[in-house]
Design a binder for this molecule. Structure first.
Ligand code: ZN
Length: 301
């Protein structure tokens, strides 16, 4: 059949087959098509190169091919958009990627319930390796080698951030925070999925429970990341100073605002989170290594 199609119709593609295919080269074409649901210009040249590596034909040729199928249209101003004929394949593909995401998230959660963080990271990597560019659009940056070890620290945290919380609530928060940290992504949990004991302990007048749980879990992930940055800088030769950075918005307290942008020698840097912080979101300050200019780096050997 495909032989006849090729013989008579040139490159006539079956969108439904591509959208469901197990071959990355095949579904990558529908993945690319999906980028144009909202009209947009072609990707930047560097990005096009990454796409070309995984597509059966180079990026621009693929766009032309998708146009030829009637799935993609180009407007006079150069914008491309998926046509009505192309949308069913985009939809099939979207359902497929949603299902893959749900499955990977469930597997990661299961591994983390056992504190198996490196297994959880393997699940994340396997999941992302199946995306055409090797990176899902909702996850954080490419994880460092020791990422799962940092995630793991969340489970063993004993910190004033957890003061006054029952062991059950601490365990629930740690799992939530570890899951987010592992993915490098942050999300609110629907109130209905937050256990009643957690709701009772985290309730605040100025935030709904999803928001309160979100910021509490966020604090735990941020804490292990800050610890990691600090330890890495303390142990290295090349970083002598760290800067305190953080958001400056309506939720930033005066103490954190005053600390923003200040640089310290690594050994003198104030502890984060700031105990003095009064923000309803908690202290969102981070350590940022200050990169020395070339002349300042001592030469070795
Ligand atoms: Zn603050």
């Amino acid at each position: 059949m495909s032989f006849l199609k090729n013989l008579f119709g040139g490159a006539r593609l079956d969108g439904d087959v591509l959208a469901r295919s197990k071959e990355i080269k095949e579904y990558a074409q529908i993945d690319l098509l999906s980028c144009f649901v909202t009209p947009r210009l072609p990707h930047e040249p560097a990005e096009q190169k990454r796409w070309s590596r995984v597509l059966p034909k180079p990026y621009m040729e693929t766009l032309a091919l998708l146009q030829k199928q009637g799935w993609l249209a180009q407007s006079p101003d150069g914008f491309y958009q998926v046509t009505a004929a192309g949308m069913p394949f985009v939809e099939t593909y979207r359902q497929r990627t949603e299902a893959a995401k749900a499955e990977a998230m469930a597997k990661v959660r299961k591994a983390l319930e056992q504190k198996m963080t490196s297994e959880a990271l393997t699940v994340r990597r396997q999941y992302e390796n199946l995306t055409p560019l090797g990176k899902a659009d909702w996850t954080g940056p490419e994880p460092q080698m020791d990422h799962s070890a940092v995630t793991r620290r969340i489970f063993f945290l004993e910190h004033w951030l957890l003061d006054g919380l029952s062991p059950e609530t601490q365990a629930w928060l740690k799992l939530y925070a570890a899951e987010e940290h592992l993915w490098g992504a942050y999300w609110r949990q629907p109130a209905a999925e937050i256990p009643s004991y957690v709701q009772a302990e985290l309730a605040r007048a100025d935030q709904d429970i999803s928001e309160a749980a979100y910021w509490k879990a966020y604090q735990l992930g941020l804490y292990v990341d800050n610890q990691e940055t600090w330890q890495r800088c303390k142990g290295g030769d090349h970083v002598r100073r760290m800067e305190i950075v953080g958001p400056d918005d309506e939720f930033t307290c005066e103490h954190c605002r005053a600390a923003r942008g200040k640089e310290y020698l690594v050994v003198r840097v104030p502890e984060l989170p700031h105990r003095e912080c009064t923000s309803p979101r908690g202290c969102r300050c981070r350590y940022e290594p200050v990169l020395e200019t070339v002349e300042e780096i001592p030469l070795h050997g």
